[in-house]
Structures are given as structure tokens and as C-alpha cells.
Design a protein around this ligand. Structure first.
Ligand SMILES: *[C@@H]1O[C@H](CO)[C@@H](O)[C@H](O)[C@H]1NC(C)=O
Ligand SMILES: *[C@@H]1O[C@H](CO)[C@@H](O)[C@H](O)[C@H]1NC(C)=O
Ligand SMILES: *[C@@H]1O[C@H](CO)[C@@H](O)[C@H](O)[C@H]1NC(C)=O
Ligand SMILES: *[C@@H]1O[C@H](CO)[C@@H](O)[C@H](O)[C@H]1NC(C)=O
Ligand SMILES: *[C@@H]1O[C@H](CO)[C@@H](O)[C@H](O)[C@H]1NC(C)=O
Ligand SMILES: *[C@@H]1O[C@H](CO)[C@@H](O)[C@H](O)[C@H]1NC(C)=O
Ligand SMILES: *[C@@H]1O[C@H](CO)[C@@H](O)[C@H](O)[C@H]1NC(C)=O
Ligand SMILES: *[C@@H]1O[C@H](CO)[C@@H](O)[C@H](O)[C@H]1NC(C)=O
Ligand SMILES: *[C@@H]1O[C@H](CO)[C@@H](O)[C@H](O)[C@H]1NC(C)=O
Ligand SMILES: *[C@@H]1O[C@H](CO)[C@@H](O)[C@H](O)[C@H]1NC(C)=O
Length: 563
């Protein structure tokens, strides 16, 4: 690894922490953030990955449950697969936000894992299965669908994503947002900084306007044991641990070729761990690899080869055609691994512009050429599905910050994180339908809100409806004079005081202002009704009938003017 790259990584690692957790330490100088959902303490696992529990995150919602980890996990070690957090509330989304040390434009691996063992501790719509949405920023990322009992391994959803800004938001979306969706759960969530020169990343930069890539498969061929998955292992031996913590699935099919020789990678930017490259699958004639994919989508693959056979000592001794096909087109290339990279040295092949696949399978066929002494060989293979659109930039930036400020002002809005409008709006907002939406309505009646009304609402220039009725709000009416589109303001059934501010009469669009109803807990405004408001009444810009029924002038048992 270059010194510069190492220095960058170290800096990122030092700065990287999840702010809401009291600064999650990263363990290994690689900038890893690893969240054990439902966990109750920090620990290092058998791979020397430092896990932090999510319970300390401010405003974390949900319910924790312990589960039996999968059989492959050595239970003498702590594992994030022994607990889950689920979200039975009816928020449209529950979000985890990585917001320390995130570098805008840098690529990150984000992996959410799901393991609940034999069954979930809550009912779902269909017996023995669960389905809910996973979101990345303001977009749907994938649907998590699991049938119980889960066998062998957890479900991993992995995405390579470029940070849109100095945070990365991952949300779970359950039943109130989408019909036929269940209460969501999660076992763990990790963030791994990637190098932007890593092959699938540079593909996305060059051909895809930096869209995210979703991992379909990552396979280590020629593995000796089906449980022998490889990932970050904490080893200090350079090249033997996956520095991006990619998980390489073990494939034991076909004729196994392996070596104890160290493999030199002259595709340094991909940094496939040496143990992955030390094993391969080969065949005297042909190898067919088939990957289940979603049809009508674009895919990108990386095929990793290294000549491991000591008898192959020159170019031309192992030549094979490789054919990637969809229904109509075959993309064929001929490879000579030794010729490309010599012995014990990685050669990477990929189709640089991606492949459109219109069938449910991506086929990759390798066939010996007639003149070749040996058949094909393959060490490792990755398949990525490319995002079918650019990531949404979401609600306009300033309104995101305003909504965040509003949420922070009220204790029980702190569970609302992620984009206020997309892909599903918060339960208490209505948004415009623009590509980058604005907040047009806020409905926070009956939410047990207390304290002063924050001044932030005044920055939501597109707001037409603001209802804060039936809370325990105190203090005076703040400046809302910039809400030029506001038609309806409802503050009744609170404990507000002070005067009715004159700006209310100057709001050009105001049609209705509800400040008082005959009930027990009420506002206690004093002073005169501002002339501007009365003027509105007289010019009938403000519906007089509504004003009479909604603005109550006299309190029945008080001679003074009260509202
Ligand atoms: C963590 O929680 C699990 C499940 O609730 C419990 O079995 C375990 O004893 C707890 N561990 C600690 C260290 O509190
Ligand atoms: C399980 O982990 C413990 C503690 O790390 C270790 O001593 C033991 O050898 C492991 N067992 C297996 C089967 O890997
Ligand atoms: C869910 O939302 C509905 C209204 O949308 C509300 O009546 C209900 O109390 C909510 N349930 C929970 C558990 O918050
Ligand atoms: C690889 O090393 C192991 C022990 O480290 C040895 O048993 C085996 O024979 C070696 N294999 C080859 C192909 O050199
Ligand atoms: C790998 O190294 C070999 C020999 O040093 C060279 O011919 C080949 O072009 C290199 N391959 C790549 C992909 O850099
Ligand atoms: C098959 O793939 C090729 C190459 O990506 C593409 O040009 C062609 O349009 C695809 N065929 C169909 C039917 O999608
Ligand atoms: C959000 O609140 C902070 C702290 O009060 C303030 O500095 C900032 O200007 C506010 N941002 C917006 C957009 O309201
Ligand atoms: C705030 O708390 C109240 C009472 O506990 C609850 O009814 C309401 O749903 C909460 N509001 C939000 C937006 O979570
Ligand atoms: C309303 O506010 C007044 C003073 O601001 C306070 O004394 C009173 O307890 C409050 N009432 C309620 C119901 O919160
Ligand atoms: C209403 O406000 C007036 C003064 O503005 C104050 O004297 C009175 O005590 C308040 N009433 C209640 C019930 O808080």
C-alpha cells in the first residue's frame, strides 16, 4: 500500500465515528464503523472487528431481542448475530446515520445484515416470512424478504455508495409506509471506506455518473470447505485479510487448484486477499457460471484469475474463451492468464461498460480453445447490479436542516431521521412533488410537544399548513412573517401566551388562524387583535364566518380582551 493512501486511511480512521454514539472508535486504522443492532456492549469479535451497540444512539427507537446465532458462528465469541432491533412503531422510516468522518464523493461499502434464526419475536402478515424496505438516503435500495426458519447464514444486503454529503443514511421502512410490508428488523450495519480506484467503483464513476452498485455475488472458487468464507480477519500479514471487509463466499464445485505461493497482484487497486487468489476452480474443457439476477437491469462483473498450476510455464498453454450473454448478444473475449500477468499473479477481467441482462440469469461461460493444452480456470468472481437511476438528492438542503432543527427542538421528534420527504415522507409532513421537494404542510397536532415554538418554522417558505394544535406548547408566537404561502395556522389547545403578533395580518395567503377553542387547557393571549388582522377580516380576505367561529374574542368569564 502506498504511504499516501495509508496516511489518508489513518486520518479517516481517527476522525471517523458515529456522532450520535459517543464517538464510536474505529478499531483497525481502516475506518471501519460496525454497529451491532440490539447489542448491549462494545466488543471485538473473532475477526478483530470492533462492534458498537446501537442502544446509545440518541433517539434510537425500536425493541431489542436476543436470537441464537447461526451454527457457523463460534459461540464462544461475541457476534452481532445474537441480537436484533425491530421497529414496531408506525414511523414511515427508521434511520441510522453515519455522520462523522464521511468524505463527500468518496465510495463506501455499506452492509446491512439480517438474521433472526428460527422465527421473529413479532407477528408478520404472512406466516414464516417477513418483508420490508431498505433505503439508502432518499431512495429505495432493496426489499428485504426472508423466510423462516433461516438456515445456514444471515442475509446480507451490500451496496457501494458514493457519499452525497458528509453523512450516509440507511433506513428501514415498515408497514405504515408501504402496504404489504412488515415491521422491519436488523442485526448489524457496517460502513467500510473504499478506494475510489477500486474496479467496480471506477466503472461507476466512468460510465454511470457515480451511481451506487449493489453486490449480487462475491465468490471465492476452489475453496476447500463450504463454510470457509473469507473477509477482514485482523491479521497483520499484508495481503491476507480483506482490507475492505468484503465477504468472499466459498465455492467448492469443480476441480480444485490451489497453491501455497503468495500471489502477486498487479491489479493493486483491487486488493483481493491472497487466500482468495490461492485457490481456483478449473476444468479440462469448460466452466459455466450462472448468477441469479433481476432481469432488465445492468450488471457489472469482475473476474479474477491467477495461474496457479506450476506446469503452466509459458503463454499459450492455457487459453480460453469467455462469453457473457444475454438473450440476443454474446460478448466474447479470449484470455491467456500467464500471457496477461505471468504465474502466481492476478489478472482482472471485466466488461468495462457493464452488461444489460434481460433474463433472470447472468451467464459466464469459459471454454478451452482448440489449441490450448489446458482448460479454463477461475479464482474469484464478483457481480454487481447497477442502480437504475442517479441517487436522489432529496428534499432541498436548507429544509432538511430546518426539519432537523425542529425535530431536535422537541424531545419526541428525535426518532425522525433521514430525508423528510423521500422516498416516503415523515408521517407529520406533506411535501411538494418536485424532484427536490419542499415541505408544504406540517401536522404536529396531539404529539405531546412542550416548550417554546421554535423560530425555525419561519424558514419553510413553501409552507401552507402549520398545525401545532393540542400540545403543551408555551411561550409566545414566534416570528412566522416569512411564511408567505401560509393559509392555515392552528395553535389552539396549547398553553401559549403574549400578544397576537401583527405579522399575522400581513401574511398574504392566510385564510384561517385557530388559536382558541372552548376546552380546558387553552392559550392565554392578551392585548388587542392587531389592526392588520382585523383589516383582513373587513376586506374579507379572511373568511369572516371562519374568523368568528375560530377566533374567539372574549373569554366568557373574563372582562378583559382575551383570545
Ligand atoms: C446482553 O443482552 C443479552 C440479551 O438480552 C443478554 O443475554 C446478555 O447477558 C447481555 N450482556 C450484557 C453484557 O449485558
Ligand atoms: C472458538 O473461539 C474460541 C475463542 O476465540 C477459540 O478458543 C476456539 O478454538 C474456537 N473454536 C473453534 C471451533 O473455532
Ligand atoms: C400509528 O398512526 C396512527 C395514525 O396514523 C395512530 O392513530 C396510531 O396511534 C399510531 N400507532 C402507534 C403505535 O404509534
Ligand atoms: C501447502 O502447505 C501445507 C502446510 O502448510 C502443506 O501441507 C501442503 O502440502 C502445501 N501444499 C502445496 C501444494 O505446496
Ligand atoms: C500484470 O503484469 C504483467 C507482467 O508484469 C503485465 O504484462 C500485465 O500487463 C499486467 N497486467 C495488468 C492488468 O496490469
Ligand atoms: C445484450 O447486451 C448487449 C451488450 O450489453 C446490449 O447491447 C444489448 O442491447 C443487450 N440486448 C438486449 C436485448 O438487451
Ligand atoms: C439549525 O440550528 C442551528 C443551531 O441553533 C442554527 O445555527 C442553524 O442556523 C439552524 N439551521 C437552520 C437551517 O434553521
Ligand atoms: C410523541 O409522544 C406522544 C405521546 O407519547 C405520541 O403519542 C406521539 O406519537 C409522539 N410523536 C411522534 C412524532 O413520535
Ligand atoms: C401554562 O403556563 C403557565 C405559565 O406560563 C403555567 O403556570 C401553567 O402551569 C401552564 N399550564 C399547563 C397546563 O401547562
Ligand atoms: C394569562 O395571562 C395573564 C397575563 O398575560 C396572567 O395574568 C394570567 O395569570 C394568565 N392566566 C393563566 C391561567 O395562566
Amino acid at each position: 500500500m502506498e504511504a499516501g493512501a495509508l496516511a489518508t486511511r489513518l486520518c479517516v480512521a481517527i476522525a471517523l465515528c458515529l456522532v450520535s454514539l459517543n464517538c464510536v472508535r474505529t478499531d483497525n486504522g481502516l475506518g471501519f464503523v460496525s454497529i451491532d443492532c440490539g447489542g448491549n456492549a462494545s466488543y471485538s469479535d473473532a475477526n478483530d472487528i470492533l462492534w458498537s451497540p446501537d442502544g446509545a444512539i440518541t433517539g434510537i427507537d425500536g425493541v431489542v431481542s436476543s436470537v441464537s446465532p447461526p451454527a457457523y458462528v463460534n459461540t464462544s465469541n461475541q457476534t452481532p448475530l445474537s441480537s436484533i432491533r425491530f421497529f414496531p412503531g408506525n414511523q414511515s422510516k427508521y434511520c441510522y446515520v453515519f455522520n462523522q468522518g464521511i468524505v463527500q464523493g468518496r465510495a463506501y461499502l455499506v452492509r446491512a445484515s439480517f438474521w433472526a434464526g428460527s422465527k421473529l419475536p413479532y407477528p408478520t402478515k404472512a406466516e414464516n416470512s417477513v418483508s420490508f424496505k431498505l433505503l439508502i438516503y432518499a431512495d429505495e435500495w432493496d426489499t428485504v424478504s426472508i423466510t423462516f426458519p433461516q438456515t445456514s447464514r444471515e442475509i446480507d444486503k451490500e451496496i457501494y455508495v458514493f457519499a452525497l454529503r458528509e453523512n450516509i443514511e440507511v433506513c428501514l421502512s415498515g408497514h405504515s409506509a408501504i402496504t404489504d410490508s412488515d415491521v422491519p428488523f436488523i442485526s448489524s450495519l457496517v460502513l467500510r471506506p473504499l478506494s475510489n480506484s477500486l474496479q467496480p467503483i471506477s466503472f461507476s464513476v466512468n460510465y454511470q455518473n457515480s451511481r451506487p452498485l449493489m453486490t449480487v455475488s462475491r465468490i471465492n472458487y476452489g475453496a476447500r470447505d463450504p463454510s470457509d468464507y473469507l473477509r477482514y480477519s485482523g491479521t497483520q500479514q499484508v495481503g491476507y485479510s480483506d482490507i475492505y471487509d468484503r465477504i468472499w463466499e466459498a465455492d467448492t464445485d469443480g476441480t480444485l487448484v490451489f497453491t501455497n505461493q503468495s500471489i502477486v497482484s498487479n491489479v493493486t487497486t483491487d486488493e483481493v486477499p491472497i487466500p482468495v487468489m490461492q485457490t481456483a476452480r478449473s476444468d479440462a474443457e469448460s466452466i459455466n457460471l450462472q448468477f441469479q439476477v433481476t432481469p432488465q437491469s445492468w450488471y457489472f462483473y469482475c473476474a479474477y484469475y491467477a495461474e496457479l498450476d506450476p506446469h503452466v510455464i509459458a503463454s499459450g498453454q492455457r487459453i480460453f474463451d469467455s462469453v457473457v450473454s444475454n438473450k440476443t448478444t454474446q460478448i466474447s473475449e479470449t484470455y491467456d492468464i500467464f500471457g496477461a500477468s505471468g504465474q502466481y499473479s492476478t489478472f482482472l477481467a471485466y466488461q468495462k461498460s457493464g452488461i444489460y441482462v434481460d433474463t433472470p440469469a447472468l451467464n459466464f461461460d469459459m471454454k478451452k480453445t482448440t489449441m490450448s493444452l489446458n482448460g479454463p480456470l477461475i479464482n474469484a468472481f464478483e457481480v454487481f447490479m447497477t442502480f437504475d437511476k442517479d441517487l436522489s438528492l432529496g428534499t432541498i438542503d436548507v429544509e432538511v436542516l430546518v426539519v432537523k432543527n425542529i425535530s431536535n427542538s422537541f424531545g419526541n421528534l428525535s426518532t425522525w431521521r433521514g430525508d423528510p420527504c423521500l422516498p416516503y415522507p415523515y408521517n407529520w409532513v406533506v411535501c411538494s412533488s418536485e424532484e427536490r421537494p419542499s415541505i408544504t404542510e406540517i401536522h404536529l397536532e396531539n404529539q405531546d410537544l412542550s416548550g417554546d415554538i421554535p423560530s425555525y418554522f419561519n424558514s419553510l417558505g413553501k409552507l401552507t399548513v402549520l398545525s401545532l394544535a393540542s400540545n403543551k406548547l408555551t411561550g409566545t408566537i414566534p416570528d412566522l412573517s416569512s411564511l408567505l404561502k401560509l393559509t392555515f395556522l392552528d395553535l389552539h389547545h396549547n398553553n401559549l401566551s403574549g400578544t397576537i403578533p401583527s405579522f399575522l395580518g400581513k401574511l398574504p395567503a392566510i385564510k384561517e388562524f385557530v388559536m382558541h377553542c372552548r376546552d380546558l387547557r387553552n392559550n392565554n393571549f392578551s392585548g388587542a387583535i392587531p389592526q392588520e388582522l382585523l383589516a383582513k377580516v373587513s376586506t374579507s380576505e379572511l373568511d369572516l364566518r371562519k374568523v368568528m367561529s375560530r377566533i374567539k374574542f372574549m373569554h366568557k368569564d373574563d372582562a378583559r380582551l382575551r383570545y
